[in-house]
Design a protein. Structure first.
Length: 376
């Protein structure tokens, strides 16, 4: 009996010791459904960072354990998956990317006091007073002014037509964009909503052609953007097609083929940015996963390294202290190479860093201008 008790005690001790050697960082992300392209890139970027960190001993001596769960691009499913992740006592939660999902699940992380690293861009996500939400991409309130300035100063546009996807991401972007247009006296002459997962854009393109605007702003998900570009070129639209990161991503270029050529816009992140750190990251990603990443891969990768850096700064695994530390923190590549670009988080969890103007040329995203941090 004594031997059995001793054996049991040793087994329990070994289990506790094993648990102490890991830190739990679940990835709750879109692996199927309309957000699969974005979510898979984010997941793989995070996995690449985790593998690198674990190979070097982890964070403060602990290896990262990152179980994955699929939101199916559904807000209700995402909420359930985040609750399951919280039940596992996580240090942070990585994801999701879709704004609609984050809006319904971030309250759970706030109540549990678990920092959430998201790739979502809807403006109001970080305006709800949640101290545990942090972006790894620009919110729409940061990116739309840069697009609006380009419309006014680069294109000299006086009128614009808007095509947007009718979900939280699309509506938030549309509303912010229209506001920025009004502030610059650019008239919106056509305002067309589309559905998530929409396949046929023929009627929408007819309406856009009829509006005869100086430029067309496209704000839809990746697969829809590719379908729209093919239809727009088929119907001979010659007006400038302007968008944000989702119009110029690698998956859109791959799906749209030559129809993507000429598309322009602002990209907060780009795997084709003319920075040595980004080039090296892209090469590692392609070697590891066998496909060319888009901006969502960078979101996942840098999010993990931000957690690593902030945790090492506070010197312990404390969720409340981690959230406090990230607010107002600036991470420079010379201090943490995995951050790739100097990045600052403000009091709301929004980021500020350089971004880019880009154009699709010969099937590739070409950076034509680097834009400074807004805080500089």
């Amino acid at each position: 009996m004594k031997r059995s008790l001793v054996a049991m005690s040793l087994a329990l001790a070994a289990g506790v010791a094993g648990a102490q050697q890991t830190v739990n960082m679940p990835i709750v992300i879109e692996l199927s459904g309309a957000g699969a392209v974005s979510g898979t890139n984010f997941r793989d970027g995070a996995v690449l960072a985790i593998e690198e960190i674990n190979a070097k001993g982890g964070i403060l001596g602990r290896k990262i354990n990152a179980p994955q769960s699929d939101t199916q691009s559904n807000p209700g499913t995402s909420r359930a998956q985040v609750q399951k992740a919280i039940d596992s006592d996580p240090y942070v939660i990585l994801g999701p990317v879709f704004s609609g999902s984050v809006k319904v699940n971030m309250i759970l992380c706030q109540q549990a006091e678990v920092p959430q690293i998201t790739g979502a861009e809807a403006a109001d996500i970080t305006q709800a007073g949640n101290p545990y939400i942090f972006r790894t991409s620009f919110g729409q309130q940061m990116s739309m002014p840069k697009i609006a300035n380009y419309m006014r100063d680069g294109l000299k546009a006086k009128t614009v037509a808007v095509l947007w996807v009718n979900n939280d991401f699309g509506k938030g972007g549309r509303d912010t964009f229209v506001k920025e247009m009004a502030a610059r006296s650019i008239k919106v002459v056509s305002d067309i909503s589309t559905e998530s997962g929409q396949v046929d854009f023929a009627a929408d393109v007819v309406k856009l052609k009829g509006a005869n605007a100086d430029a067309i702003f496209v704000y839809t998900n990746e697969e829809e953007s590719a379908r729209f570009l093919r239809e727009a070129r088929k119907q001979g639209i010659a007006k400038p097609l302007i968008g944000e990161t989702t119009l110029l991503g690698q998956k859109v270029i791959d799906m749209a083929g030559p129809s993507a050529n000429g598309a322009k816009g602002h990209v907060g992140l780009s795997a084709d940015a003319p920075l040595p750190a980004i080039t090296q990251w892209k090469e590692k990603f392609v070697k590891r996963f066998g496909y060319v990443p888009d901006h969502n891969g960078i979101k996942g990768y840098t999010g993990v390294y931000a957690v690593k850096y902030a945790t090492q700064k506070i010197g312990k695994f404390d969720r409340k202290e981690l959230a406090k530390a990230l607010h107002g923190m600036t991470i420079k590549p010379e201090e943490e190479p995995g951050i790739l670009m100097e990045t600052t988080w403000d009091a709301n969890g929004d980021i500020d860093r350089i971004s880019f103007l880009a154009e699709v040329v010969d099937g590739k995203q070409k950076i034509v201008q680097t834009l400074p941090k807004l805080g500089k």
